[in-house]
Write a new protein. Sequence first.
Length: 294
Amino acid sequence: MLLDMADGYVEQNRSLDKRKNLLRGRTVVNLFFENSTRTRTSFELAGKRLGADVINMQVSASSVQKGETLIDTAMTLNAMHLDVLVVRHPDSGAVKLLSEKVNCAVINGGDGSHEHPTQALLDALTIRRRKGRLSGLTVAICGDVLHSRVARSNIHLLNVMGARVRLVGPRTLLPSQVERMGVEVFHDMRAGLEDVDVVMMLRIQNERMRGNFIPSIREYFHFFGLDYDKLALAKPDAVIMHPGPMNRGVEIDSDVADDVERSLIREQVEMGVAVRMACLHALAGPLPNADGGA
Ligand code: NCD
């Protein structure tokens, strides 16, 4: 499965020779309609380390600003014989729509507040490597769940892998009827963190908010920011995660984020490259002109 394959790529990435030729001759395009640091860079590294040609399209500077539609952009790229298209878009569902119009494989690099599947995979890999398993663990996903594609993808994957998922946040930042997704809901951070194995913090996504969702940053940090006081309620060996970028002092205390024993935030970034290599391998590796060679 993808996580096992990614484990192998972690080793490759830690060695001096990081490059294999599995995807030689393949073209991977990163089509990003939204800013990204980690996701775009890690897909680029992943493609290059597998020997593919990787192109980054910074869409703010492209013809979409000249009025070209999403579909026209897709058709244009399609004509260039890509093998894999990685797409990030501010609208939920846009990546699926685009995938129906092109012949190549499409990977969702995050669509609106909907899904971010490779983030969930890298989070699962990070947890599994530290804890040895996912099944039976309790994971608290805390903060701005309403606007978070990371949360939605994690809820799906963690449930499939047999973990128990809790959502913790103020009523204004939790989607209505979210219990239907198979999670337990808490509006009190201390209650929500009690005895959990993993504390996954989410960024307050101001750019997706229309209106006021929190009274003030100070108050938000007081009730929902992760500090050592609240963390003390989790299991003694509970780990801390955050998909980045972090708002230090808003959803997470700086010292907690940098805690070398308990924070897995840097590991998450490392696992991001390995997981994306596994995804590219799974999608583009088996194509007919694969040389299969490592
Ligand atoms: C996340 C995203 O873009 O959805 N970041 C990421 O991919 N590492 C989370 C976020 O922006 O808060």
